[in-house]
Design a protein around this ligand. Structure first.
Ligand code: XIL
Length: 416
């Protein structure tokens, strides 16, 4: 049995302690590597060379295998994929990914559309899919200003709710949703997009009604409902200086108060030239220094013309369609395809510099066909943001990502 297989098993055997909730357990792999190392030392240099040749012949064919022992690789799913209705995409997900996120079905408007109505049918299917396939299951998202019905913030007469009543509503929602999937959903995006671009707190209804402690309350409520789950703050554009500083300040303040936060999600709805690799590198390091795990939670890369001067992933943005904004309706020119591949390779190489701090990289979708980027921020564009094309075939960017993976041979040699 090769150590690769051992590593694969150990990645899926996760450690669940409050201090390190659901970290991919790579200690088994380290032991396995150490044992392999001893055996190889005994076998001598000839044996080592033979082993390296053998290893280098095994190019991984899946994202999850390529990054085994470094971080999990995930995708956001829609109901057709996790229900198996789209059998081809369901098979692709099983073959390529070891973590899943729900693109929409755990958002408040879907799971809790009316005060006394919870719809768990889709969420149950999603969680079952993840459990059956031994995947690391993400819950997205509990507290957000978007895709949350208006009634959440109002009383029966339509007046703004009081702080106490909104906190109670939040507590009930979290108890019901998180409690239902306790021990099954491994990590929650507890609060989504609480910051403005200048790093100050967004004046969302949560903030206006409860005040800034809505954030710590949310983390505390989720921890109470599932003390083992990994709890994350998630946002976009954290690579930009002002917003990153605001997020670092927020995390520091939460930690100082003993709030149970484990990690920060960088959404990474990125462009070809933003953010720079350096900005990503710095961002990961700085959150890492605060003891945070970092997850890339919603990765996609936009090759289409940018329609705003700022880098935003604000879902409320809606720019009028214009053929000039949709330059590749019939396919990507080869030069753009290659540039996209290079960008993807560079991004994954940068993430992989931080194996262990970065614990997961999740793509926001599976194939270009159903990416949200076809309709945002401009409706009806033909977008190419992911690693698989419209018919589910790997793009050159897929190969670039596989090639950017840390070489297992060199990490073994590094032990000698
Ligand atoms: C998007 C979904 O992909 C779309 O289907 C939906 O219409 C709007 O929301 N940041 C987030 C995600 O945290 O939840 C958003 O998902 C994309 C931006």
């Amino acid at each position: 049995m090769s150590w690769l297989n051992g590593a694969k098993r150990s990645l899926l055997r996760r450690t669940r302690t409050p201090e390190s909730p659901f970290r991919p357990d790579i200690s088994g792999r380290r032991n396995q590597v150490a044992k392999t190392g001893t055996a190889l030392k005994l076998a001598g240099v000839a044996g080592l060379m033979a082993f390296q040749v053998a290893m280098s012949g095994q190019a991984p064919t899946s994202l999850k295998d390529a990054y085994q022992g470094c971080f999990l690789v995930g995708a956001a799913l829609n109901p057709a994929q996790f229900s198996g209705k789209d059998a081809r995409e369901a098979a692709l997900v099983k073959a390529q990914f070891n973590s899943i996120s729900p693109e929409n079905i755990l958002k408040w408007e879907v799971v809790h559309p009316k005060p006394d109505t919870y719809n768990f049918a889709l969420a149950d299917q999603y969680v079952d899919f993840g459990l059956k396939n031994h995947m690391f299951i993400i819950g997205h998202t509990l507290v957000w200003h978007s895709q949350t019905p208006k009634w959440v913030f109002e009383d029966e007469q339509g007046n703004p709710l009081s702080r106490t009543s909104l906190l109670k509503r939040l507590h009930d929602h979290i108890q019901t949703v998180v409690g239902r999937y306790k021990g099954k959903v491994n990590a929650w995006d507890v609060v989504n997009e609480a910051l403005n671009e200048d790093g100050t707190l967004r004046q969302s209804p949560w903030m206006k009604i409860i005040g800034e402690d809505y954030i710590e309350k949310a983390f505390e409520y989720v921890h109470e409902a599932d003390p083992q789950a990994q709890l994350n703050y998630n946002d976009y554009s954290l690579e930009n200086d002002a917003k990153r500083k605001g997020a670092l300040k927020l995390v520091e303040a939460l930690k100082a108060k003993g709030v149970p936060i484990n990690g920060v999600g960088l959404q990474d709805h990125v462009h070809m030239d933003w953010p720079t690799l350096n900005e990503i590198d710095t961002t990961i390091s700085e959150f890492g220094k605060l003891g945070m795990k970092v997850m890339i939670t919603e990765l996609d890369v936009d090759v289409l013309p940018q329609v705003t001067s700022s880098q935003t992933a604000d879902v409320s943005l809606n720019v009028a369609a214009d053929p000039k904004l949709n330059p590749y309706p019939n396919g990507l020119p080869d030069s753009v395809q290659q540039a996209l591949a290079k960008r993807y390779g560079d991004l994954f190489a940068t993430y992989a510099k931080h194996c262990g701090v970065v614990t997961r990289v999740t793509l926001w979708g599976v194939t270009d066909k159903n990416s949200w980027k076809n309709d945002w921020p401009v409706k009806g564009r033909t977008s190419y943001p992911l690693l698989f094309d419209r018919s589910g075939q790997p793009k050159p960017a897929f190969n670039a990502v596989i090639e950017a993976a840390p070489k297992k041979v060199s990490s073994i040699s590094g032990l000698f």
